[in-house]
Design a protein around this ligand. Structure first.
Ligand code: BES
Ligand code: ZN
Ligand code: ZN
Length: 522
């Protein structure tokens, strides 16, 4: 069988016009993505998935024959496309899944089989999208959730503001087995894609008000279990959130304190999980202005709020039996005549005074007040998520989210969830060593930057992620609290193969899986 171009294949498959009028289905350009494992102990051997084997059978072994003669055996992530081999699927992409029995890898802290499936199905779907295939059936590969995640994450592309759009591709599970697992995977991926959409969108489109309205719209179908409060500047002032206001006041754009209540537990009095997300819709640095190169990336400085809110939308879609409160202090960090100046002292909601020596360390200020307020709900656990420090990126890069926590129980839960999702976490220290550096302040109770970061250049900020975490800890009295610094995982170049280049929406799926763990196992 010659490898035809997609268009040629479609022409060749076309029935005569008279028949076309009767038989042409609405989904004219269908594709199929199938997986193949590497055969254990057999150099160059292939092992078809159940779906691929079934397909091969309907073609009387043509697929396996084509795989044999069309080049070297398909290694993990490598692919091949066959055109015109099946009347229903003009394009069939076959992708390597690696070893069949990979499973959880202790060294990598993830499930390699799941990661391989995500990677392969994403690669296959993208190949077909490039060929302008509009509908793709996807091999469940024995784990339809991972296959769906790979497909839906891989196909996401932010082109809302371009005139020329990429082909919109609809997907469905090939065959009918495991459709519940497929749907779950689609929902998880759509959650992460919502966070990506919010993070990627320019700051003049996603202002604090626009962010809150978008989340309100997304939660509208779940109104039965969800209440939303978009708190105004007047409310923020009444609450005496002086740290939050010290950041927002430099901007013309009004701040919003977004509060979401998801009541999914049959026991309405069950203590909620509290999620808090940093929502700086643009971080210029304020008077401590950031350098211009890459400043545009700071449109994603609301990644904490985006992942927290997107995970609540997802939990609501899944109707998980758990209570969650989400808080997002939303504002811009801008320089102006009204902006906070280095050396200013502000008072947080709990009465603690803070010397703001660097206005670019604004995330910890908005979170401080949100954490104080969050404690009033007596949560069973608090998880805050923030693109907090460049130092976090220096420490771990994009391999994992840094987790600073006072609770081994919470750490175990987060870690377990991340092994399943492949969106990893790594534990970081909360030593007194770092606390001393932020409690040493000339004018106030706290300083918003560590003692050894104050008079040094941008590049000499030892332990910057850890001093930021130590600062937040000063606003926490709860026994189960975790701070997730997501600055390193905020964007993707090509390191996560199933995400395109751009803002990542990480670790939305891990937050959802963590909430699901709490819902089902307490
Ligand atoms: N939003 C930034 C952190 C950041 C940097 C996130 C790069 C994602 C990518 C944060 O507000 C910030 O500017 N932090 C300062 C803290 C410093 C002044 C102590 C930083 O990391 O440089
Ligand atoms: Zn900043
Ligand atoms: Zn910031």
């Amino acid at each position: 069988m010659a490898l035809l171009s997609a268009a040629a294949a479609r022409r060749r498959q076309s029935p005569p016009l008279c028949r076309l009028l009767v038989t042409c289905k609405p989904r004219r350009c269908s594709g199929l993505v199938l997986g193949v494992f590497e055969k254990e102990g057999e150099e160059g051997g292939l092992h078809l998935t159940e779906a691929a084997a079934g397909f091969d059978q309907t073609l009387l072994g043509k697929l396996s024959e084509l795989l044999k003669i069309s080049g070297p055996t398909l290694k993990k992530g490598k692919s091949r496309i066959f055109y015109g081999i099946h009347k229903d699927f003009p394009c069939v992409a076959v992708v390597g899944l690696g070893k069949n029995d990979a499973g959880v890898c202790g060294a990598e802290n993830w499930d390699t089989s799941k990661e391989n499936i995500r990677q392969a199905m994403s690669a296959g779907c993208r190949l077909l999208q490039d060929l302008e295939v509009t509908h793709v059936e996807v091999d469940g590969c024995g784990d339809a959730q991972s296959a769906a995640e790979g497909a839906a994450l891989g196909l996401f592309h932010y082109d809302q503001l371009k005139s020329k759009k990429k082909t919109k591709v609809t997907t469905q599970l090939h065959g009918s087995a495991d459709s519940a697992s497929w749907e779950k995977g689609v929902t998880y991926a759509e959650g992460q894609n919502l966070a990506r959409l919010l993070m990627e969108a320019p700051a003049n489109h996603i202002t604090p008000t626009a962010f809150a309205n978008t989340i309100e719209e997304k939660l509208a179908p779940h109104a039965e279990r969800v209440t939303i409060k978009k708190r105004s500047q007047a409310w923020i002032e009444e609450q005496q959130m002086g740290a939050f206001l010290s950041v927002s006041k430099g901007s013309e754009e009004l701040p919003v304190f977004l509060e979401l209540h998801y009541n999914g537990s049959p026991d309405s009095s069950q203590a909620p999980l509290l999620l808090v997300g940093k929502g700086i819709t643009f971080d210029s640095g304020g008077i401590s202005l950031k350098p211009s190169p890459s400043m545009d990336a700071m449109r994603a400085d609301m990644g904490g709020a985006a992942t927290v809110c997107a995970s609540i939308v997802t939990v609501a879609a899944l109707k998980l039996p758990v209570n969650i409160i989400g808080l997002a202090p939303l504002c811009e960090n801008m320089p102006s005549g009204k902006a906070t100046k280095p050396g200013d002292v502000v008072t947080a909601k709990n009465g603690k005074t803070i010397q703001v020596d660097n206005t670019d360390a604004e995330g910890r200020l908005v979170l401080a007040d949100a954490l104080c307020y969050g404690h009033t709900f007596n949560p069973r656990a608090i998880v805050n998520v923030a693109t907090l420090t460049g130092a976090m990126d220096v420490a771990l890069g994009s391999a994992a989210t840094g987790v600073f926590t006072n609770s081994d129980w919470l750490w175990e839960k987060l870690h377990k969830a991340s092994v399943v999702t492949g969106d990893r976490v790594w534990r970081m220290p909360l030593f007194q060593h770092y606390t001393r550096q932020v409690t040493d302040s000339q004018l106030a109770d706290l300083n918003n930057i560590g003692k050894y970061s104050r008079y040094v250049s941008r590049h000499a900020r030892s332990g910057g992620a850890c001093t930021a975490a130590a600062f937040l800890r000063e606003f926490v009295t709860a026994p189960h609290w975790a701070h997730l610094d997501i600055a390193g995982v905020m964007s993707n170049k090509d390191e996560i193969p199933y995400l395109r280049k751009g803002m990542s929406g990480r670790p939305t799926r891990t937050l959802v899986e963590f909430a699901a763990g709490l819902a089902h196992n307490g």
